[in-house]
Design a binder for this molecule. Structure first.
Ligand code: GLY
Ligand code: MN
Ligand code: MN
Length: 435
């Protein structure tokens, strides 16, 4: 049995049963669908890649602790829409103790759930399944005095799964390192290929071409390819404007490798040479990024690192003449948010903004300490609106973010994305090689 599943079975205990659904295909328009993306919790536990499946995990069921409901084999459907594992494949290739066609789920539900104290199920994600579960619960409660004993406690499994997913195994780290390497190479290629007059879409193509050529399943999220003041729009994804001589280009792009996301941002000059003003802002962000990266280690907390990024960036804004006053006051009044309005990083894994709590359980306000096995991004930035009359004219329209992916270890951290430089001189050297 898969280690993740074994650990989950242990965590929920003998008096519980869990119902974990796969994702469904989502209609794009009329009869076409968006590219399918498996539900990360379901994928983490089962590794099963197909839509319309449900895992039922029942530790007290000695014979069948792991049942998979899947789309059955169907020659006609497979000719039109692709191969299926079917019930045979679910058992043979994914370790299910029992596999049944998905159509059987509803009629089997009472048999699987009755007699368990707790049901682990997350309401609010899969509307149709919610209705099926509610229908079962209300029906069984009605019959309770006679023969049926439905679970009386319903628990969201996300808490357990989030904690498990937060602490990566060695095998997961290996996949994340590969994901990071592919993304780092793609950013280097973007630097090497970028020329004034190109379109943002062409740089996107360079990056995503490399993702797929390297065995990744495409981008982990919509790539952000923002030239000039497009870089000041945090989630700019149109990626369709020409790149101008003298502008900066901000690229936030990572790939999905065997389900695991990488998430890298680099900012560099379209023509291969930073202007003095661009370099001044860049060096402020870089210095903060290096400090926050070093602070991503055991003994520090998520909040300490966030506060550090705010303090250092506020100092930097003062140095650049963007803000005036005492650092303490500027932080208290949240003045820094005019130029730095997002978090310094997030957990990374199967999701780009990965599962796991940012606060300790005991006291919601206690920020969580970093622990070995966590992977987080470090991504401070400064974004100076093009029409900001308060900012020195030379800085208007500059947007800079620098983002790496970091694994916390026993004695510090490993920067998984160190392969792509963020040193301004080295970036210029890469861009001008062979020019
Ligand atoms: N690319 C999304 C993020 O950096 O959080
Ligand atoms: Mn990120
Ligand atoms: Mn990012």
């Amino acid at each position: 049995m898969r280690k993740q599943l074994k650990d989950f079975i242990e965590a929920i205990g003998k008096d519980a049963v869990a119902v974990i659904p796969a994702a469904h295909e989502v209609t794009k328009s009329y009869d076409t669908e968006f590219k399918f993306h498996q539900d990360p919790d379901f994928y983490y536990l089962t590794g099963f890649p197909e839509p319309d499946a449900i895992a039922v995990i029942a530790p007290s069921n000695k014979k069948h602790p792991f049942t998979l409901f899947v789309r059955p084999r169907d020659p006609l459907m497979e000719t039109w829409y692709g191969r299926r594992e079917g019930v045979e494949g679910a058992k043979k290739n994914y370790g299910a103790d029992k596999a049944l066609p998905i159509e059987k789920f509803e009629s089997e539900l009472a048999k699987m759930l009755d007699g368990n104290e707790k049901l682990y199920y997350r309401f609010g994600v899969d509307n149709r399944l919610d209705q099926t579960i509610l229908h079962y619960l209300s029906g069984q409660r009605f019959r309770r005095l006679k023969t049926a004993y439905p679970p009386h406690t319903i628990i969201d499994p996300t808490l357990i799964l989030g904690e498990m997913r937060l602490h990566k195994t060695e095998k997961e780290v290996e996949m994340m390192q590969r994901s990071a390497d592919i993304a780092a190479e793609a950013h280097i290629l973007a630097m090497q290929n970028c020329r004034p007059g190109m379109n943002e879409a062409q740089i996107e193509a360079v990056i995503e071409h490399h993702f797929k050529m390297s065995g990744a399943n495409g981008a982990a999220y919509n790539s952000i390819i923002g030239g000039g003041d497009n870089a000041t729009i945090l989630h700019y994804v149109e990626n369709n404007m020409p790149l101008k001589d003298g502008d900066l280009l901000l690229i936030d792009a990572g790939c999905n490798y065997k389900g695991y996301a990488s998430d890298i941002t680099r900012t560099f000059p379209v023509n291969g040479k930073f202007t003095k003003a661009q370099r001044e802002v860049y060096d402020v962000v870089l210095e903060v990024q290096l400090e926050c990266l070093a602070a991503t280690k055991k003994g520090n907390t998520v909040k300490q690192r966030q506060d550090l990024s705010i303090e250092l960036l506020t100092e930097g804004m003062k140095k650049l003449g963007l803000l005036k006053g005492k650092t303490k006051d500027l932080i208290k009044k949240k003045e820094f948010m005019k130029y730095y309005m997002h978090g310094v990083g997030h957990y990374l894994g199967l999701d780009v903004h990965d599962a796991g709590r940012y606060f300790t359980e005991q006291q919601a306000k206690n920020s969580r300490p970093f622990a070995p096995g966590m992977v987080l991004t470090v991504e401070p930035g400064l974004y100076i609106p093009p029409d900001d009359k308060d900012a020195p004219a030379k800085y208007r329209g500059i947007g800079i973010r620098i983002e790496d992916d970091v694994l916390v270890t026993e004695d510090g951290n490993v920067n998984l994305t160190a392969k792509v430089t963020k040193d301004a001189d080295e970036i210029e050297a890469i861009m001008n090689e062979g020019k």
